[in-house]
Ligand binder design. Sequence first.
Ligand code: PBE
Length: 575
Amino acid sequence: MNLPKIPLGSWIDSFVEWITIAFAGLFSFITATIDGLLNLIVNVVGAGPPIVFIIVLALLLAYTSRWQLGIFTFVSLLLINNLGYWESALQTLAIVLVSGFLTILIGIPLGIWSAQNKTVQRIVMPILDFMQTMPAFVYLIPSILFFGIGVVPGIIASFIFAIAPTIRMTNLGIREVPNDLIEASDAFGSTSSQKLFKVQMPLATPTILAGVNQSIMLALSMVVTASLVGAPGLGADVYRAVSQINVGQGFEAGISIVFIAIILDRLTQNLRKPAYGHIIKGKYVFSIIVALIVGTLVVQGLATEKDLPGDPKAIGGQTNYEIIGIEPGAGIMKQANSSITEYGLDNWKLVEGSSAAMIAELKKAYENKQPIIITGWSPHWMFSKFDLKYLDDPKGVFGGAEEIHTIVRKGLEQDAPGAYKILDQFSWETGDMEAVMVYIEEGMSPSEAAEKWIAENQEKVSKWTNGADKGNGKKMNLVYVAWDTEIASTNVIGKVLEQYGYDVSLSQVEVGPMYAGVANGSSDALVGAWLPSTHEEYFNTYKNDFVDLGLNLKGTKNGLVVPKYVEINSIEELK
Ligand code: PBE
């Protein structure tokens, strides 16, 4: 059968585009509210020196879950602080608390509603199944378009992923209230709200809280995923560690997440029946906590009228002092961080995420003529699609024009001399690479774009394959990172090798793993080594374990990029 492909993807695209425009106002309201809530929490928990918060939380845990848990909380939080993950831990805690709060706010009423109404239940339950099984990553994509890069899309995606248990357990809890009790309350003539609040809810509370506890745990499990779109915290630390193959850092951040999970789990499980509830009444303890929170807020409100420095009309105020970055392990991220120190841009922060998320953010800002600063590089299709400019970099932090090198594993020359020769002879110009990138941006798949470019540039390609032995089905693996430049080059050279008889597979990985893969021989080659400065560190770490075949392209550039309508011209003007 030869049915045409159903354009499901493009329908979803148009639908999302429509929502983005139609509900722009609502989305900015939600973004601002969640951001505000989050800052509030970060400010309260981060108000005093860490030790104050540590002691308060340890006492609370001891109260709800016995003294052993109190000691565990005290020691594990001290350890997190000692390892240098305190700020991150607070961010993560705040993210989870906000997701948890939203879950309760929306999940419990929905659960009650579906317990009272069969039709609602029939509609809600399959939707919940869908929400839980759809890979959570997928929610990130529209979330970026709706809420921009940063913590908010991360929270929304976590919330969608995590809300199901709260709704389900609330529904279940209320339905499980024994029928004779319901009949009794009916017989006494209670109204349905009396029945709900005096009979059903109190009896269902343990089940509902178990659902909330599950939701909070699920939200915590989303922190690493959320960091892909720029949510800060321990999740971002883990992601960075993966990106740079930093085993030690990954473990430290990971164990910090485990500690937080244990603390939150025990706290939410025992909140209703505190271990020492018979000694001090729960309501006193919780009043003290509330008083502490309110007190901190009041003191802070009085002390901090300051807000961010400078003129709100200046670029900093308009962009929230954020430079939109890409994958944390990218060389350009290191350069962007040193530009912040070198130019003394103390108020600014670099948002980590991914190239795709950055581009989405650029598109959105560009359509609304809003100022934005991104980490940009050329060749790149964004320069042909948007009117952009590099900010001058008088201190040369982003290095000068660079080369892209081809690097292969040791032993490839003996094992696959033909492929080695092709990789060695592979060389093209920025215009070539840009053409492939534009094809992809216009909707072709990377492999179609590569095929099209190859068909149009037979002469160039024949110079690469000149004198090389055919592949005869020999297997070849190429590694690359999902940067537009590398997607283009890797697909082209992959296709050329394939057309020359090799059985080629492409693996998309993070930056560190790309270098490590070729160095340890698990991959055959990479064609995206930006040298000498962008990937200097990775190159130096692994240079004795692979073979550098020299450049395949020259004349690249990295820097901070803004749309032309932004009125500054130099990084110095960010100060
Ligand atoms: N880039 C594109 C990469 C190299 C290729 C500039 C984003 C980097 O910064 O590592």
